[in-house]
Design a binder for this molecule. Structure first.
Ligand SMILES: C[S@@+](CC[C@H](N)C(=O)[O-])C[C@H]1O[C@@H](n2cnc3c(N)ncnc32)[C@H](O)[C@@H]1O
Length: 329
């Protein structure tokens, strides 16, 4: 994308200040709330907000309110993106300022994960009850089954498997199913649930959605059910989930639509209050998957929440189609 020389000067001016460059380096790692940025930079909120405003006006970062919080992330498609990438690439990773910020970011991230982990450890045993607080589960599950199609699936991977609901839902339609979760307590419940359902070809492993360690294209069904709103970097989780989808395979994401139940942050460790199509769909499309279904299930009670289901398919490449033909012949 080409822009005028004057615009390039504006972009350089916006990025060309030490705090703003630090903000860009932090947002290159993950989206962050204003309060988190203040903590990491050790600067006041008005000061940080002023810098963020300038960066947003130059189109270098995107601002997105989420309930009472405001998050920032690097702009996905901006003429300034090349400027940022080059500037950040020039910085010595051992630079003390950048290193200090990275360490404080790691601390913020670790605290966030520890909070969520403690919550899941405390609530693992009553997860099935909590899960049905805001949604009509039967309706959501019927819609998920319909959106994913009949199958059968050779390999299913469920990321953030929790108490194993997606595994028990799809288990008998999948040749092999693998559930990954960060919480040992949730995994223990899932193991029981899977055993009760008599699903012998279902494995549960401790694992992180951001770094599954699984080979690319290993699954023809990947599910991420009610996980993204707990995560610090949901876009990165979508990218990792999509990486696992085989040619012709399906990614299914279910989460809440944007809502204003601010108390869920405190009471249930939600980081994000739902996701808009405008946010999720570009993340999916950036992975090369093609959006398939986009379903909204409105709440069935006054305090309920709208559940969204997005499915996307990895197109079959010519080579994969030829290989499939050969092995069928
Ligand atoms: C709300 S529960 C949903 C569980 C299940 N998918 C369901 O719908 O019943 C979210 C799960 O995501 C897991 N989780 C959170 N962060 C994770 C991460 N970085 N990697 C893997 N699992 C994670 C939690 O431990 C928890 O079990």
């Amino acid at each position: 994308m080409k822009v005028s020389s004057e615009q390039v000067v504006d972009l350089l001016r916006a990025a060309g200040e030490s705090t703003r460059l630090r903000v860009l380096a932090l947002l290159a790692a993950e989206e962050l709330s204003v309060l988190e940025l203040c903590r990491i930079l050790d600067q006041s909120q008005p000061r940080v907000s002023r810098h963020l405003k300038l960066l947003a006006e130059a189109g270098l970062v995107e601002r997105f309110p989420d309930g009472a919080w405001v998050f920032y992330r690097l702009a996905l498609k901006s003429p300034g993106r090349a400027v940022i990438d080059q500037a950040l690439d020039l910085i010595d990773p051992h630079d003390p300022v950048v290193q200090g910020d990275a360490e404080r970011l790691a601390l913020v991230r670790a605290e966030r994960t520890a909070g969520a982990q403690a919550y899941f450890a405390r609530n693992a045993a009553r997860w099935n009850e909590i899960r049905s607080l805001y949604v009509d589960e039967a309706e959501v599950e019927a819609a998920i089954l319909q959106a994913a199609g009949e199958g059968p699936f050779d390999e299913m991977v469920d990321l953030g498997a929790g108490a194993g609901r997606m595994l028990t839902l799809f288990g008998n339609r999948a040749g092999m199913a693998l559930g990954l979760d960060l919480s040992q307590q949730m995994l223990n419940i899932a193991r029981d649930e899977v055993a009760k359902a008599g699903l012998a070809r279902c494995e549960l492993r401790h694992g992180d959605i951001f770094a599954t360690g699984l080979p690319g294209g290993c699954a023809d069904l990947v599910t991420v059910h009610q996980v993204l709103h707990y995560l610090g970097d949901p876009a990165a989780a979508v990218a990792e989930a999509a990486r696992l989808v085989a040619d012709g395979g399906l990614l299914l994401i279910a989460d809440f639509a944007p809502h204003d139940h601010e108390s869920l942050r405190e009471s249930h460790q939600h980081r994000r209050l739902g996701f808009a199509d405008a946010e999720i769909i570009p993340w999916i499309e950036a992975t090369g998957l093609v959006l398939d279904a986009n379903i909204a299930l409105p709440p069935t009670s006054a305090e309920g929440l709208t559940v969204k289901i997005w499915t996307a398919r990895r197109p079959v490449t010519r080579t994969a189609a030829k290989n499939a033909e050969r092995s069928a012949a």
